[in-house]
Design a protein around this ligand. Structure first.
Ligand SMILES: [Zn+2]
Length: 437
């Protein structure tokens, strides 16, 4: 971006963002969320497009009622009447008809957060109501539509595939990852995935520094332009303590997709970076090395303070060797992995696996508790090789080489350079925004 453009933009950030939204539409990028509120203007571009279709000018000339289109997500606390009121609908006959529709009952009070688009006159008369919600397959949605072109209501229902659109975003760490992602309006599930992708290199509980920054490109799955579900992170860059890490999602035919560095090296580790998933709840808890036995040297594990009930997962594929009570460990699970490696998860409040059971990396095996010789809720985690204790944090950082097949290399290079450009755009825009503030 030229200096002139940045200068103009700093004077007119809102107009710049709107213009950018239009420019990016042509490249498959429909929104840019950065650490300022202007991003939300662009994200509403779907609604904006609808309002442009309105014959409002002609209507007012001919003295016909103006029809307004509005879209909003149904909140869990919403009722039909409350929602319609919020949308400016005041139409008792329409409300009564809607109440007879079984599908309307399922739209309210569930966790799906469907989108409703309402077309109503400026007098509050309902003309059309369209509901869109995600189907169980996670890839398609239902479009339920009610309209009244003449005297009678017409109800239609159709299925359609969700369409993926791409978003660029980024942030700077001031206090925590979630504070930064909140400021950039990045959904929680995307923030957790970001932490997961880099968890082999960065311990998000301990290693984050003020001024660390990140950029990412992620998918949003949309129904007629309305975001229904967060998709995968396509690429991301994280600068931690002046060190840059990056990851690009790439799928090779016949293999599971994986994250690779820009050079085509796998970022996939044999083990997860932590037996606790990064979450809003646990991120507030520091990790501590605490000597339960009273002797620091005797403590051969890592303790993760976390609330009782926090899910605990196996850090790698393996088989349960022991699951039950054992002395100071309290409720404990031992998992055997390959090459004589094993892991220990102690002081659990509950155990969800049995001896001999096969586990895949990330499978839940129990929940954090304070059983055995424990002074408060925490997970005690050990890593052993042939029975000997190892530094768990060093072990989980060992990587498993996954290479890109030579014939897939040109395709990977093309994907990598496209993602590199998008990440650069995210970074440029963020720097300009920082200057504008
Ligand atoms: Zn411990």
């Amino acid at each position: 971006m030229s200096d002139q453009l940045i200068h103009w933009w700093t004077q007119h950030p809102r107009r710049f963002m709107a213009g950018l939204g239009l420019v990016l539409l042509g490249t498959g990028v429909t929104a840019f969320g950065v650490a300022v509120p202007v991003g939300s203007d662009v994200q509403r571009s779907g609604t904006l497009t609808e309002s442009l279709d309105l014959p409002s000018l002609n209507a007012s000339i001919r003295n016909e009622p103006v029809v307004l289109f509005q879209s909003d997500r149904v909140k869990r606390t919403d009722t039909l009447d409350g929602f319609l009121h919020r949308m400016g609908v005041n139409d008792p006959a329409a409300s009564e008809f809607l109440r007879t529709q079984a599908v309307v009952k399922t739209l309210f009070g569930n966790t799906q957060a469907p989108w409703l688009t309402v077309a109503a006159t400026d007098q509050g008369e309902l003309r059309q109501l369209t509901a869109r919600w995600i189907n169980e397959d996670g890839r398609s949605f239902t479009r339920w539509d009610l309209s009244r072109p003449a005297a009678d209501w017409i109800v239609t229902e159709a299925q359609a595939p969700l369409l993926a659109s791409t978003r660029l975003s980024g942030g700077v760490i001031n206090s925590s990852l979630f504070a930064a992602t909140d400021a950039s309006e990045i959904p929680d599930s995307v923030a957790v995935e970001l932490a997961e992708i880099f968890s082999g290199d960065i311990d998000f509980r301990r290693d984050l520094r003020q001024g660390d920054r990140f950029h990412l490109v992620y998918e949003i799955l949309e129904a007629d332009g309305l975001p229904l579900r967060n998709g995968r992170i396509l690429s991301a860059e994280f600068v931690n303590n002046q060190k840059t890490f990056n990851a690009i999602w790439f799928e090779q035919p016949g293999k599971k997709g994986d994250y690779f560095t820009l050079d085509g090296l796998s970022t996939q580790k044999t083990f997860l970076g932590s037996p606790l998933a990064f979450s809003r709840v646990s991120s507030g808890y520091g990790m501590r090395f605490h000597p339960i036995s009273g002797n620091r040297k005797a403590h051969l594990g890592v303790d993760y303070a976390a609330p009782t009930g926090t899910p605990v997962r196996t850090v790698g594929d393996g088989r349960v060797r022991f699951a039950g009570w054992q002395g100071g460990y309290g409720k404990v699970v031992f998992v055997d992995h390959s090459n004589g490696q094993s892991t220990v998860y102690a002081h659990l409040s509950r155990i969800d696996v049995r001896v001999g059971q096969s586990l895949s990396k990330g499978d839940r095996l129990g929940a954090v508790g304070s059983t055995g010789a424990s002074t408060g809720p925490h997970l005690h985690f050990e890593f052993r090789v042939n029975g000997r204790h190892q530094d768990p944090l060093a072990m989980v950082r060992k990587s498993e080489p996954v290479t890109i097949a030579p014939d897939m290399r040109p395709e990977f290079d093309a994907v990598a350079s496209a993602q590199r450009r998008l990440l650069n755009s995210a970074q440029t825009l963020q720097q300009a925004l920082a200057q504008a503030r």
